[in-house]
Design a protein around this ligand. Structure first.
Ligand SMILES: [Zn+2]
Length: 294
């Protein structure tokens, strides 16, 4: 009998925000995270990141879930909605508060206007957390990790942004806190997501460490850029995915991820092929798309 614990099974996830329907950029992330999990016989979960209530669009969650089904991207567990999980996030803040790792901040938006780095004004005022912004203390030291696709990343959080916001004055939980708590609660072993979140990662890793969560791996997929060099996003009106073109779009997403695409119009054959031939090492750092893809 071996005394070595069995390695944790791979668990990946796709975690869209319901701010609109999926577009081609988000399809790349969904397909990439799905195939990377399936290629190692891992689990793949879907979570709806809807803590930022004012930004949620009615019907978007249903539209996203429907599109994933049409593309054959079926999760291995129930779909989590962050809105239902506030008590978990509050418990995390409580645990940090007990160890004096967070504090209340009374600075207004206008007091901080024009500053990229929070100067720590309230760090030692011992203000109550309720009714104030809740900030996490960050260390003045260079943190590092190696991203599986984007390579070595380093950041000194104290110098680049200052103490991190975990909860807004109005009680809304920050994206950072929700993501870190949910990834740990769901047993995620590798976070696969778009490279637009790469610069949030060292802050999230620091928060996870403060909460004594297990360390996880990261793989940041390339962002899809249009021919003008703009990122595909809801803000620049990337087209919603046409469910009727699922096989064509899946082929394009696999191509964008540097993977081989079999000659077939059958969606499940295509996905099976992608999973069994998956090569993470072939994923490019950046993807440029012809305008016709929009
Ligand atoms: Zn402050």
């Amino acid at each position: 009998m071996s005394l070595m614990p069995a390695p944790a099974a791979y668990t990946g996830r796709f975690a869209p925000s319901p701010t609109g329907p999926l577009h081609f950029g988000s399809l790349i992330t969904a397909v990439g995270s799905y195939c990377m999990a399936r290629a190692v016989q891992g689990r793949w979960l879907v979570r709806i990141e809807d803590t930022d209530l004012p930004r949620n669009q009615p019907g978007a969650t249903e539209s996203i879930l429907n599109t994933l089904t049409v593309f054959g991207l079926i999760p291995d567990g129930p779909i989590l909605r962050q809105q239902d999980r506030t008590s978990l996030y509050e418990a995390a803040i409580q645990s940090l508060a007990e160890r004096d790792l967070v504090y209340g901040c009374a600075c207004t938006r206008s007091q901080l206007a024009g500053r990229a780095v929070y100067p720590g004004t309230c760090a030692h005022k011992k203000l109550p957390l309720d009714g104030h912004v809740v900030r996490l203390r960050v260390p003045d030291q260079t943190l590092a990790f190696v991203d599986r696709i984007q390579g070595l990343q380093t950041e000194n959080l104290a110098q680049s942004r200052g103490d991190l916001v975990l909860r807004r004055r109005d009680g809304i939980i920050s994206y950072q806190l929700a993501v870190v708590c949910d990834d740990a609660a769901q047993g995620v072993t590798e976070v696969v997501r778009g490279a637009d979140l790469l610069d949030q990662t060292l802050g999230q890793r620091w928060l996870g460490r403060c909460l004594n969560f297990p360390e996880m791996q990261y793989a940041h997929l390339p962002l899809a850029m249009n021919a003008q060099g703009q990122k595909l996003s809801k803000q620049n009106l990337a087209q919603p995915l046409d469910d009727g073109q699922a096989a064509v779009l899946l082929g394009r997403a696999l191509e964008a991820l540097g993977q081989g695409v079999p000659v077939t119009n059958d969606l499940s054959t295509m996905l099976d092929y992608a999973v069994s031939h998956w090569q993470t090492g072939n994923i490019p750092h950046k993807v440029c798309l012809p305008n016709t893809y929009r």
